[in-house]
Ligand binder design. Structure first.
Ligand SMILES: [Zn+2]
Ligand SMILES: [Zn+2]
Length: 206
């Protein structure tokens, strides 16, 4: 069996997504598809800088959190650039905001799809605690092919495009910790007993 992808852009992103993500699983490709769908709905390219903002409703400690890696790859919204935030609702949904045009779209995975997916051989093994990279390749590939090739309307709930004004927090001037001397950007310095300290120094000393 091989991975079957019709859409050329999705096919290209899958290669990079897999390299970035590290293992073959259905949730990352599901995120790729969802992110691409959101971008096309808004009519935008991948974010080069902060022109898009991603508010992901996923969280940590659940089986489908890999989804977010796919969404980040498809949208170009990343933690490093600061245009990705996790809301930790543990939901399979996200809002993609076009910051320039003040428009947004919300995409959620259909509950019926998730119900089915949780009963798949791949997810059964995950629920038994088997790590994704230890699952038989043919089972992983079948799960991935299903995610990539089911009709859009069977998988995604897509909102209409709606108005959404997003303003990034302003960065403060750099400061220097009076304990360790290291630089602290963006008003994250703490004042303790009259001294300007970085977070670790303020928390663990004195
Ligand atoms: Zn994964
Ligand atoms: Zn310090």
């Amino acid at each position: 069996m091989a991975i079957e992808i019709q859409d050329p852009e999705l096919k290209e992103m899958f290669k990079h997504g897999l390299y970035f993500h590290g293992h073959l699983c259905p949730a990352m490709p599901l995120g790729l598809r969802a992110g691409l769908l959101a971008r096309r709905k808004l009519g935008v390219e991948r974010a080069k800088s902060k022109e898009l903002m991603l508010l992901s409703e996923t969280g940590t400690g659940h089986l489908m959190q890999c989804f977010l890696d796919g969404v980040m790859m498809a949208t170009g919204c990343t933690y490093g650039k600061g245009n990705c935030e996790k809301l930790n609702y543990n939901k399979m949904a996200f809002i993609l905001i076009d910051v320039v045009e003040s428009k947004a779209v919300r995409i959620a995975i259909k509950p019926e799809f998730i119900k089915q997916a949780l009963k798949s051989p791949f997810m059964e093994r995950r629920q038994q605690g088997i790590p994704p990279e230890m699952i038989e390749p043919e089972i992983a590939e079948a799960a991935v092919n299903r995610v990539l090739n089911l009709p859009e309307e069977d998988v995604f709930n897509i909102s209409d495009v709606y108005d959404y004004e997003y303003v990034y927090a302003q960065e403060g001037p750099p400061e220097f910790c009076e304990e360790c001397g290291e630089v602290v950007f963006g008003s994250k310095a703490r004042v303790k007993k009259g001294r300007i300290l970085c977070v670790p120094c303020s928390r663990y000393k004195g």
